[in-house]
Design a protein around this ligand. Structure first.
Ligand code: UDP
Ligand code: MG
Length: 347
């Protein structure tokens, strides 16, 4: 029997936060009065997160651990979780407790009462985020809205509840670098929202460096809009007009006998046109690159291990962890914490 609710949690190097997460999430989930599973997607962590998860799973039968073979990124990890989840409703939640699990019962109640397919968690207050994060996030959501015309709620991140129909729809999308917070609104399924206060990360550091934020923005923009391509056309047009004007000026100046040294105008024209061309080629390249990736149809993640079904190959059995393998951080991890053979862990 599949559970009624699946809680999907992407986990990347979150060893400090996982015990805190369990302590807060478990009472909430147990108190739901319905069947549930927690799908922790270990996104190729290289700290003790896998061992901590396996250990937590021994005392928490509803906890299911899905391990990805390599770090695939936040969005891909959520996608993997959505593909694995079995629930009639699925909640996606970050591991770092920025999004309070206590809101889940309200989301579920809303979904049931309003027959909504999607319940967005909307941040009412981001004062706990850094100023840079807040400002960049606001600019990011604005830009996407303008460019794509999607009605993504400003300040709705990846904390949301989705019905089975929604999850099936997402799973069937062929898109590769999908940014779920914009994909879900474009489906246009009946939705509602609950607001919550975004807290500070309970422990550990952000796993979203600037490079990952830029990548997410690029994926969002190119995934939802061809407006940048049009911008390239306009820029090219403007550059072309500028070049024409320069040409006219040079011809007239030549005809009037004002033979200028001409070095400045040449350099300016060449540099200006060159810059516009490079920009346009770069924008085209972003799209061509994505089309190429789509054609290759390379999966964005590979599952190595699922505690429900066992390892993908015998070699994927989670490695026994000994304290020496991670000096300092291995407190409490002894050979006795070695996971039981997967076969005996099947539900
Ligand atoms: N995460 C992941 N893979 C990554 C980066 C992050 O699964 O490559 C997870 C991370 O463990 C956390 C969530 O995505 O549960 C959000 O990351 P984080 O809290 O670091 O982002 P921020 O809140 O700072 O934007
Ligand atoms: Mg966070």
């Amino acid at each position: 029997m599949p559970p009624e609710l699946s809680i999907v949690i992407p986990v990347y190097n979150e060893q400090e936060v996982l015990p805190l997460l369990a302590a807060r999430l478990r009472p909430v989930a147990d108190g739901l009065g319905t069947t549930y599973e927690v799908v922790a997607v270990d996104d190729g962590s290289d700290d003790l997160s896998p061992a901590v998860l396996v250990r937590m799973g021994r005392e928490w039968p509803q906890l299911r651990v899905v391990r990805l073979r390599a770090n695939a990124g936040h969005q891909a990890a959520i996608s993997a979780g959505l593909a694995s989840a079995r629930g009639a409703y699925v909640v996606t939640l970050d591991a770092d407790l920025q999004d309070p699990p206590e809101v889940i019962p309200e989301m579920l109640a809303q979904a049931r009462a309003q027959k909504a397919d999607v319940v967005y968690g909307v941040r009412s207050d981001r004062s706990s985020d850094s100023t840079f994060k807040r400002l960049s996030a606001r600019a990011f959501y604005r830009l996407i809205r303008i460019l794509s015309g999607t009605h993504a709620q400003v300040d709705a991140g990846d904390y949301r509840l989705m019905s089975r129909a929604t999850v099936n729809a997402i799973n069937s999308l062929p898109e590769h670098h999908r940014v779920l917070r914009f994909v879900v609104p474009t489906l246009g399924f009946p939705s509602t929202s609950v607001t919550y206060r975004r807290d500070e990360r309970a422990a550990g550091k952000s796993k979203y460096p600037l490079s990952k934020m830029i990548r997410l923005s690029l994926d969002s923009v190119t995934g939802f809009s061809t407006a940048p391509l049009r911008a390239a056309t306009w820029l090219g047009l403007l550059g072309g007009l500028g070049a024409l004007a320069l040409l006219a000026y040079a011809l007239i100046a030549g005809a009037l006998g004002q033979t200028l040294p001409g070095w400045t105008s040449t350099v300016v024209a060449v540099a200006g046109v060159g810059a516009v061309q490079l920009l346009c080629v770069g924008i085209l390249g972003e799209y061509v690159g994505r089309m190429y990736a789509q054609l290759q149809a390379r999966p964005t993640y590979y599952i190595a291990y699922d505690s429900l079904t066992g390892p993908a190959t015998p070699a994927d059995e989670p490695a026994p962890l000994v304290a020496e393998s991670a000096p300092g951080a291995g407190e409490g991890v002894t050979p006795a914490d070695e996971p039981a053979p997967a076969a005996s862990r099947q539900a």
